[in-house]
Design a protein around this ligand. Structure first.
Ligand SMILES: NC(=O)c1ccc[n+]([C@@H]2O[C@H](COP(=O)([O-])OP(=O)(O)OC[C@H]3O[C@@H](n4cnc5c(N)ncnc54)[C@H](OP(=O)(O)O)[C@@H]3O)[C@@H](O)[C@H]2O)c1
Length: 343
């Protein structure tokens, strides 16, 4: 089978590394450009020893190197704010280039929401209208046709998958309260106060309470699939004492007569990366996999939905690869089906 070249901008960051790991065994995609401002010229497997034995001879490309013509797609794995600056240069003269952006630069369609949660100059915000929001489970057909995909945030993926079956069934009403705990890799490879091991390892705390920047994209997607919906979302994000994973708890009341577990069974029966659990999901069963495990508990009209995923895989680079598989009409699961582990 012939290969398809992909380029990664920000390839040495956590998302870039994870994509390199996944593409290393992909049957069709081949990395033809691994961009890094810091490591330009150095061998990928020298900088990232976990990849030794893969990518022989591939060197990181510095900033002076543009996306090569042999790349049919580029994944932007750079921090929020970089993609919007790089955008004109990336698409110039390459109308055919497929783009998957891991940042939040092109996720929101509403300028006011963007300004409220992110702000700053966005010279390419109009391009966001052309981006398809990349949750394959809710947006598969649009992703297949898309040239540009905005990969969802990690919290957003866990929350959307926890609530989509209820939204699609018109059962998302009233207050929907989300609490989600993330590991320290959620804030990237650069050390920060909130990721410093002695302060994080034995601790648990909330941050950006009711004000996290993923809230508007969760709302945007749930409103799109519910056709509007009279619900109000709130979210309390928390930092957990682990490096990978997001565990989400969503609580709400559903209208009389709604059988939430039955809705989830029917909706996710054929989804390759959503696994329903009878009891609680566990991070250790999904870490380093592209699975999102989900459990639904109902007592009368009260419903709690629990979801667990790996923020760097289903919450980021695994989902990006799932989207690329769809965009290039490959098997959606190609390169992504590995079982979980225990412990
Ligand atoms: N971590 C998560 O769980 C997660 C989940 C979903 C989405 N995201 C989003 O995905 C993106 C990448 O996140 P990450 O966790 O991989 O971050 P990261 O570990 O900080 O990696 C980003 C890399 O981008 C490169 N970079 C920095 N500024 C750049 C610029 N102006 N232009 C080009 N490259 C630049 C840096 O590498 P060099 O110095 O080597 O160039 C850096 O290592 C972010 O937008 C983040 O919000 C993260």
């Amino acid at each position: 089978m012939s290969t398809i070249g992909i380029a990664i901008v920000g390839a040495a960051g956590y998302g870039g590394q994870e994509l390199l790991r996944l593409v290393a065994t992909h049957p069709v995609f081949r990395v033809v450009h691994a961009g890094s401002r810091t490591h330009g010229g150095r061998e990928v497997s020298e900088v990232l020893p976990q990849l030794q034995g893969f990518y022989r001879g591939l060197r990181f490309a510095g900033v002076e190197t543009g996306i090569p013509a042999e790349a049919a797609a580029v994944v932007l794995a750079a921090p929020h704010g970089a993609a919007r600056t790089l955008w004109p240069e990336i698409v110039a003269g390459r109308p055919d280039l497929r783009v998957v952006d891991l940042s939040a630069d092109f996720r929101l369609k509403d300028r006011a929401a963007f300004d409220a949660y992110y702000g700053g100059a966005h010279p390419s915000l109009d391009a966001a209208l052309d981006f398809v929001y990349g949750v394959p489970e809710t947006n598969r057909e649009a992703i297949r046709r898309a040239r540009h995909v905005a990969n969802p945030g990690c919290f957003a993926t866990g929350a959307v998958l926890a609530l989509a079956p209820l939204a699609e069934a018109g059962a998302l009403r009233g207050d929907v309260c989300i609490a989600a705990t993330t590991g320290s890799s959620g804030s990237g490879a650069e050390p920060k106060e909130g990721t410093h091991h002695p302060e994080r390892a034995q601790d648990m705390r909330a941050y950006k309470v009711l004000a996290h920047q993923h809230l508007p994209e969760i709302e945007q997607e749930l409103r799109r699939i519910s056709g509007g919906g009279l619900f109000e979302l709130s979210m309390v994000p928390q930092s957990g004492p682990f490096s990978r994973g997001i565990f989400t708890v969503a609580q709400l009341r559903v209208p009389d007569g709604v059988d939430a577990p039955a809705l989830f069974r029917a909706r996710y029966a054929r989804e390759p990366f959503v696994r329903l659990r009878a009891e609680t999901p566990a991070l250790r069963h999904v870490v380093r996999t592209n699975f999102c495990d989900v459990a639904v508990v109902q007592k009368g009209t009260k419903v709690a939905v629990l979801s667990a995923l790996d923020n760097l895989v289903k919450g980021m680079s695994g989902q990006a690869l799932q989207n690329l598989n769809l965009m290039f009409e490959l098997e959606e699961t190609a390169g992504l089906l590995v079982p979980g582990a225990n412990p």
